[in-house]
Design a protein around this ligand. Structure first.
Ligand code: PLP
Length: 404
């Protein structure tokens, strides 16, 4: 992969921070955007800004076509059987909440169980807690092993016909662990449970095929796949989406409204009330095309090399412990250093132009499991280089000296 050339396509990578060249290692929080994505936003607003679906004028038609083209692009990106199964949401969080408040409210009852894992992001914990509280259902948690992998034996012990849903992250945002979701889905289906996969971190690194996985729901966010913020998608099997109750009420999601009764629109519009985020949806397609042009395999290979390189370099630092040493990981490394608070490391690295994330990464129960307040997390993208890891390592040596 020609990383130096690809970097040219990301204007932000040319800037400095605190008079130092920016080293951006906060990609798991949000990735940077290539010029083509930025251009797609500007082009929409300067050439065919219009509300979609309802208009018959040229601008409305052009905007509608571009908006719906993204739906097909997302269908391809995750291997869905049909574009009707793709619901646009603000992101992963809204997608999970949509399932919780529609499917969850209707299908989870008193005494039923929902299984999540000990490495879930808060957005795949709290919506299920809300439903469990409301319905008197029980939330069960798959334990995380010391190396950052799921305890699959314990998972199998949790399965019974009381389980209505398994909501599981495919790639941990705090550990980098790639979970065996295909195996989890097959086992959950054996007891009649549905499975929601949180793909917020996996969508950018792994080839996703929801039909092959056989998951019932899959959620991801556009801003983590080189696309804009404020747009993401929920995949659901048509059979489920067709029979689930509606989410928000308003324009677009209806067929006919009278004061006595309202009938609802077909998929996917049934779940897309109101004027959607048109510009960002359109630019998401540009981001997905950008990834497809490079090839996910090429990107993964490059990120794996960065991970291997960073892991060796980091392990050589005295007092540093990597949290999350699963056999199957993406390009993300979380670590702690003896007697130094992650926050202090983050501040000093920022002074050197290095952007890492520090803290609990919205996985407080996982931090508690490891008995730490948080970690320093460096997460890699297609535009990162080994030289930048060298800058991080040098920065960490300097930081330790300053804080010792
Ligand atoms: N799930 C995981 C694993 C994440 O890493 C994130 C964001 O960091 C989310 C869910 C929530 O995504 P969003 O904030 O885009 O809705």
């Amino acid at each position: 992969m020609r990383v130096a050339e690809l970097r040219q396509q990301f204007p932000i990578l040319g800037r400095t921070v605190k008079d130092k060249p920016l080293v951006y290692f906060d990609n798991a929080a949000t990735s940077q955007k290539p010029q083509c994505v930025i251009d797609a936003l500007t082009h929409y607003y300067s050439h065919y800004n219009a509300n979609i679906h309802r208009g018959i004028h040229t601008l409305a038609e052009e905007a509608t076509m571009a908006y719906e083209a993204t739906r097909s692009a997302v269908q391809d990106f995750i291997g869905a059987a049909s574009a009707e199964e793709i619901i646009f949401t603000r992101g992963t969080t809204e997608a999970i909440n949509l399932v919780a408040h529609t499917w969850g409210r209707e299908n989870v009852g008193a005494g039923d169980e929902i299984i999540i894992s000990g490495m879930e992001h808060h957005s795949n914990i709290v919506p299920w807690q809300i439903i469990c509280e409301e319905k008197n259902a029980i939330l069960k948690v798959i334990p995380v092993l010391d190396n950052g992998e799921l305890d699959m034996d314990a998972f199998k012990q949790l399965l019974s016909n009381k389980v209505k849903l398994v909501a599981i992250v495919q790639v941990s945002n705090s550990l980098g662990t790639v979970n065996p979701v295909k195996e989890i889905i097959a086992a959950a289906h054996q007891v009649g449970a549905k499975v929601l996969v949180d793909g917020a971190q996996s969508a950018v690194h792994l080839d996703i095929n929801v039909q092959d996985l056989d998951c019932d729901f899959f959620a991801f966010s556009g801003h983590k796949v080189y696309g804009p913020t404020g747009i993401g998608a929920l995949y659901g099997k048509k059979m489920l989406l067709d029979t689930m109750p509606v989410f928000q009420g308003g324009g677009e999601m209806i067929k006919e409204v009278t004061f006595e009764k309202t009938t609802y629109n077909d998929l996917p519009y049934k779940y897309e009330a109101g004027t959607p985020n048109i510009a960002d949806t359109i630019a998401l397609k540009t981001a997905l095309d950008f990834i497809a042009k490079i090839g996910k395999n090429q990107i993964r290979k490059h990120e794996d090399e960065l991970l291997a390189y960073a892991t060796v370099q980091l392990q050589a630092i005295p007092g540093l412990t990597i949290i999350g040493q699963a056999k199957n990981k993406v390009g993300l490394v979380s670590f702690v250093i003896d007697n130094v608070h992650p926050q202090d490391i983050g501040v000093l690295l920022d002074n050197m132009g290095i952007a890492v994330r520090t803290g609990h990464h919205c996985t407080q129960p996982l931090m508690k499991r490891f008995g730490i307040p948080g970690t320093v997390r460096a997460s890699f993208a297609l535009y990162n280089q080994k030289e930048e890891i060298d800058v991080l390592i040098a920065g960490l040596h300097k930081t330790i000296k300053m804080l010792a």
